[in-house]
Design a binder for this molecule. Sequence first.
Ligand SMILES: *Cc1c(COP(=O)(O)O)cnc(C)c1O
Length: 513
Amino acid sequence: MKYRSTRGQVSGQSFESVVLEGLASDGGLYIPEHLPQLPADWQTAWADLPFAELAAELITLFVGSDLTRAEVGQLTAKSYATFDTPQVTPLVSLDPSTGTHILELFHGPTFAFKDVALQFLGNLFEFFLERKNAMDPETHHKITVVGATSGDTGSAAIYGLRGKKNVSVFILHPEGRVSPIQEAQMTTVLDANVHNVSLVGTFDDCQDIVKQLFGRPAFKREHSLGAINSINWARILAQITYYFHAYFELLRQTGNPEARPVFVVPSGNFGDILAGFYAQSLGLPVARLAIATNGNDILDRFLQSGAYEKNAEQGVLATPSPAMDILVSSNFERFLWYLARDNETTAGAGAADEQASEVIRTWMDQLKTDGLFRVSAKALAAARQTFWSGRCSDEDTYKTIAKYYTRKDQPPYLLDPHTAVGVYVAEALHPKIEALEKERAAGPLHTICLSTAHPAKFSEAVLKAVNEDGTQLDFGAILPPPFVGLLEKPRRCLRCDNSADAVAQLIVENLSA
Ligand SMILES: *Cc1c(COP(=O)(O)O)cnc(C)c1O
């Protein structure tokens, strides 16, 4: 199993190097050179595997000779033992009358779906570095993870990397601009290898500084900078598991082997739903993948028009679902590569891969210079065979939270604002789902909405939604135990000037300390 860059100038890379490097040196994203084959009997052999075992089976297909099945199994067992339920990602019914379910991805240590990938990535970093150091004791192999966060990524990364040997982590956040719970989640982690850095500025300033530091080759080499954002292939890979797990669970709960899922995914950088695309490409029988966006709707607009267009004038909108507030979706490039290969090339197999990368380079150049690019009608039609999409306004986000919490005909369910975006879009797509079910005439379609965060993480938006309806919500009653007293715990955070030089200096000082 080897990896290549979507931009075509790097190939033949091992899983280990791709995981440690993050972004390819040509600016592209790593993808497998070929997709592996599932075992012929996967439908039966994997049906009842516990989550960590299922993860090990899937991940082993992608690691080549870098890890044995037993090593992967140890890593996944350790990674998913930190979740608060043995099912890891439980599937619960939201509305039996429409066959709608919630796939709860928020049972990890920071109560966001990013834990599924980052718990694994932290263990993977540690494993690879310890092995390198054992094989080559002359050099001290280490990694310095530097990342920017508006909240969710930072806390999930910190919990994934805390206490890991040979790993240091620096997470930049804009002072006073992340939610109080998220700030507390990050800064109350006191492990020596974790450094929270706050600066007076915006999330974009933080992200910009991180980009500048990665753009300094000597600094990058000297400190072995590593990336934990969702462009890291290991994050996508780890997320494939819950699509398979949810499918098996759906068959178990319905007792119908012909039941098929439509997955609805609240999307920002396209990492979560991209794992669903890979699951489907491997052979998981997924009826459709639906992209749900908030007002930052570049993906929804693309599915409507075939134009991928930055809304540069408007900029990023601040919405009640901040983890999806993006201008462009960084992981979309991976899907675009497959779309280009299958629809925009003329060459036979093999050469088509190269042509696809040429197309990607052209598209990315156009996006940079003109702010948009357009795919062919054929490619757009193909994209629509895989993806549906929808958009949810801020107002509808609040209304959806209130609707499911105050409903009288069924037990209340409290949605976080990101999940509410997905549920709203699922409702809007319901007629299309019914039409597809009729057309298919081979068993029921069920809607599975991915829930990406626990509502307590976004208490402000949730309270606003529910209290507007006159309902009083006792937040204390739903607070997960680790959140109780969190705001009062001791914290450690370094303040820094808003400049790349200042952050670089701070990193050097803390690494040598
Ligand atoms: C990161 C995040 C998302 C968006 O996921 P992408 O992989 O960027 O599409 C949605 N909801 C929550 C709560 C998140 O933390």
